[in-house]
Design a protein around this ligand. Structure first.
Ligand SMILES: NC(=O)c1ccc[n+]([C@@H]2O[C@H](COP(=O)([O-])OP(=O)(O)OC[C@H]3O[C@@H](n4cnc5c(N)ncnc54)[C@H](OP(=O)(O)O)[C@@H]3O)[C@@H](O)[C@H]2O)c1
Length: 280
């Protein structure tokens, strides 16, 4: 099958490329195709004529989006509209990745795939929700809208440090680190997520929204403690509140995705172990 992977230098995309390597795979990042350029999107993708478009690109800097709203929406919303149109025209399947931050309600119970959304708490979440709506309102589109959260995976540290690498770096530099203990989510390994996305396509699952996350929920503090422990570092990890670390974008206290449609992914502790072994 002819497959196009967009955002190919990104963290998730690097693992998607592994799982789709046996297909006739074309990988493009922004230097090959800027997805905000409507004409280029339509012309280049039309010429390639893929049967599957994996959109792993995105404006992913949550804090920067607060002051870069127009461009965040251009990438996460308008560009998704262009991809929808070309996918419809070519009868290609569109796989699009979204986020727990589309939910604004802050419910401790967590969110199922079909739960109603209220306004997102930050610009990034709002831009991703607007992109989701481009897909959900499209006619005759075969799609998988995959929501995930707290990704860790292959390093792209030159631009987007991932949480695991950041904690290891900080723990090597300081005898004690403080990590927020009042935000709850599900850390997710890009390798596990990419495997499930391949499964969705291979199994020809129905179009729809899917939640794909490692289990169970934890706080950033619990995640950081495990990273330090598995890295065999002696740094003391201390819990603190979000108020102690104010950031430009508001994060929800709870953004727990509940997966009711796919085989569950493994415990994030196992996934983290796998990731750290891969790295060393
Ligand atoms: N990271 C997370 O914790 C997380 C959580 C939930 C959902 N997601 C979603 O999952 C997807 C993948 O996330 P990720 O963390 O793997 O992303 P990432 O590492 O930031 O990679 C995104 C890629 O998209 C590229 N890109 C940005 N603007 C583009 C444009 N206009 N045209 C073409 N490519 C462009 C980026 O290039 P540059 O590096 O040059 O900008 C980068 O290579 C995104 O849709 C994200 O919203 C991520």
């Amino acid at each position: 099958m002819k497959v196009l992977l967009l955002g190919s230098n990104g963290m998730l995309a690097q693992d998607l490329a592994r799982f789709f390597s046996k297909e006739e795979l074309t990988t493009w990042d922004i230097a090959d195709l800027d997805i905000t350029n409507e004409n280029e999107v339509k012309n280049k993708i039309n010429r390639l004529d893929p049967k599957l478009i994996l959109n792993a690109s995105g404006y992913t800097n949550v804090d920067q989006a607060e002051t870069d709203k127009e461009y965040a929406f251009a990438v996460n919303d308008q560009a998704v509209g262009y991809l929808v149109q070309i996918a419809q025209q070519l009868s290609a399947i569109l796989v699009h990745i979204s986020t727990d931050y589309v939910f604004g309600q802050n419910s401790a119970k967590g969110y199922r795939e079909d739960d109603q959304l209220t306004t997102a708490l930050n610009v990034y979440g709002a831009s991703k929700r607007a992109g989701e709506l481009k897909i959900l309102r499209a006619d005759n589109l075969k799609y998988y809208l995959v929501r995930t959260s707290w990704l860790f995976g292959p390093s792209t540290d030159h631009q987007h440090p991932n949480f695991v690498n950041t904690i290891i770096k900080l723990a090597k530099q300081h005898p004690q680190i403080k990590i927020v203990n009042d935000q709850h989510g599900k850390p997710t390994y890009t390798f596990d997520l990419a495997e499930r996305i391949k499964y969705l396509v291979d199994q020809k699952m129905p179009s729809g929204i899917y939640h794909c996350v490692n289990e169970p929920a934890c706080t950033w503090y619990e995640f950081a403690k495990e990273i330090v422990k598995l890295s065999r570092l002696t740094t003391k990890v201390t819990p603190c509140s979000s108020q102690e670390f104010p950031r430009p974008a508001i994060r929800p206290d709870y953004s727990i995705l509940i997966n009711t449609k796919l085989p569950l992914l493994s415990n994030w502790r196992l996934a983290l172990k796998k990731y750290l072994n891969v790295k060393s």
